[in-house]
Design a protein around this ligand. Structure first.
Ligand SMILES: [Zn+2]
Length: 497
């Protein structure tokens, strides 16, 4: 089996993953700013790193996974000037900022649970780490890497670069180009250079979220929280930092400068970024009216959606493409994903019930071809995930395994033909790849004994040739998104594909 390789945005190549202190892995992912409903682009990022977390755990690493909640300091427009996103919503709704934070934190947790993501090990908040942020500002001032101006404190990029820093190295931005882009902006006169970014901001009188500091009342800059919280829980250097592509610049670039400035050590070893979502080939954005919320997707109540799509369908859909590729939402693609997911879900349900039947006199010989095919598919699943978490290729292998699960179920293949070892490999790999690694579970909570009872009635009515009753039972199943599988050797139910 090839070892795990991950694409590092910093080096722009796939690198062998070697954690600092194996078997421990430290992973930090930028969480949401909790001022509104989480959007699907963010969901893709969180599903990507949930899958990475699952896979690292599955192959034996002990992962401390930190994903923060931004509850202060992220300003409208993502820059250094203007209203706080949360403060603005609080004013609009005439509530406390923390009520906005609580409401959208709850929503975020609900959505994450619907997508079957595992909660991070630690979920720290920016407001809960005010002391750490003020101390970091003091340290950067003491080191001459920041300066105070009118009660705000800015990170000094010139000073940082003069001491060997390389601001722009993550995103590949060139400082002169950035300066040209920003030269015309107003309101930055209190900065020495327009590229400098706020690590502490003086609060204007109308700004409601404010804390005491050595520089007067204010609030921390957006980029600082992630440096402080990752350092606190993962150390001054840690293994993996993840986030959406849109955070590469300036947010992650600033995190590197802050971390390096504070400790003299490169804070992150592997930077990973997930790509954007598009809708029917266009960038998903509120202004284009083509962005929908997870809740709208689940309910199907958006003009661009033909029907509802379940959380597992969407999870499967997202994992069907590699996280560094753009992913296009369309009804056709989602419907195909629904079919694919349901085929796998049926396989999962069946796989759990399959048991090995030892060879009898009638069993044929062991099929070495089939054994080989199954072993190879299992191997290639690992190889795909080890190749920069290529879930798309991994899922293709899952369908190879599914073919054998279905042959066993339909009595087209006897488990003795595979031999006990390969049968167990098939069953356990299929179940754990799907559930534990990809996080795909069966949907809907059906009472198994009621379904069994209905199937018993179905058999009886069929024997008595009461076909109207038989059809009635089929209708009940169909209304629940289920189908009756009337096979030669058994009658069973399945998820309608
Ligand atoms: Zn962050």
């Amino acid at each position: 089996m090839q070892p795990l390789h991950l694409y590092n945005t910093l080096s722009r190549k796939k690198e062998l993953f070697e954690p600092l202190n194996p078997p421990y892995v430290g992973m930090y992912v930028c969480g949401p700013t909790v001022y509104n409903y989480v959007h699907l682009g963010n969901v893709r990022t969180f599903l990507t790193f949930d899958t990475l977390y699952r896979y690292l755990t599955f192959i034996g690493y002990k992962v401390r996974y930190v994903r923060n909640l931004t509850d202060v300091g992220h300003l409208v427009g993502d820059g250094d000037e203007g209203e706080d996103k949360i403060g603005r919503m609080a004013k609009l709704e005439k509530v406390e900022p923390m009520e906005i934070v609580q409401r959208f934190t709850n929503d975020f947790h609900n959505v994450m649970a619907q997508f079957n993501t595992i909660s991070p090990s630690i979920e720290p908040t920016a407001t809960g780490h005010m002391v750490e942020q003020i101390e970091a500002v003091q340290t950067l001032l003491a080191k001459g890497l920041a300066y105070e101006s009118n009660g705000s404190v800015y990170f000094d990029i010139d000073a940082y670069n003069q001491r060997g820093g390389n601001y722009g190295k993550l995103s590949g931005r060139i400082l002169d180009d950035l300066l040209n882009e920003t030269r015309e902006l107003d309101g930055q006169s209190e900065k020495r250079s327009p590229l400098d970014f706020a690590i502490w901001k003086n609060a204007s009188p109308e700004h409601i979220m404010r804390w005491n500091s050595p520089w007067g009342e204010g609030f921390p800059g957006w980029h600082l929280e992630c440096s402080c919280m990752s350092m606190k829980y993962l150390g001054k250097q840690f293994d993996i930092h993840g986030g959406g592509m849109d955070l590469k610049f300036p947010h992650h670039e600033c995190e590197i400068a802050q971390g390096d400035g504070l400790t003299g050590v490169e804070p992150v070893r592997y930077w990973m970024h997930s790509n954007m979502l598009t809708v029917n080939g266009q960038k998903m954005s509120k202004s284009l009216g083509n962005s929908f919320l997870p809740a709208e997707l689940f309910a199907g109540n958006h003009p661009l959606l033909d029907q509802p799509y379940s959380p597992m369908t969407v999870r499967f859909f997202m994992l069907q493409s590699h996280y560094r590729s753009t992913l296009d939402f369309s009804n056709d693609a989602l419907k195909a994903a629904q079919k694919g997911y349901r085929r796998l879900a049926n396989g999962l349900r069946i796989a759990k019930t399959l048991t090995y039947q030892p060879a009898t006199d009638e069993s044929g010989p062991i099929s070495e071809d089939k054994q080989q095919d199954i072993r190879q598919a299992v191997q290639q699943f690992y190889d795909a995930l080890n190749d920069d978490l290529n879930t798309a290729v991994g899922i293709a292998q899952l369908f190879t395994l599914l073919k054998y699960i279905n042959m066993l179920y339909l009595n087209q293949l006897q488990s003795a033909t595979l031999g006990e070892e390969v049968f167990n490999l098939l069953k356990s790999s299929f179940v754990s790849f799907m559930q534990d690694v990809l996080g795909l579970t069966e949907e809907g909570s059906y009472n198994q004994s009621i379904l069994e009872g209905l199937l018993t009635l179905y058999r009886e009515y069929k024997e008595q040739r009461q076909y109207d009753k038989v059809d009635q039972i089929r209708t009940y199943f169909k209304a629940q998104g289920l189908a009756i599988k009337d096979m030669k050797h058994q009658i069973d139910w399945a998820y309608e594909e």
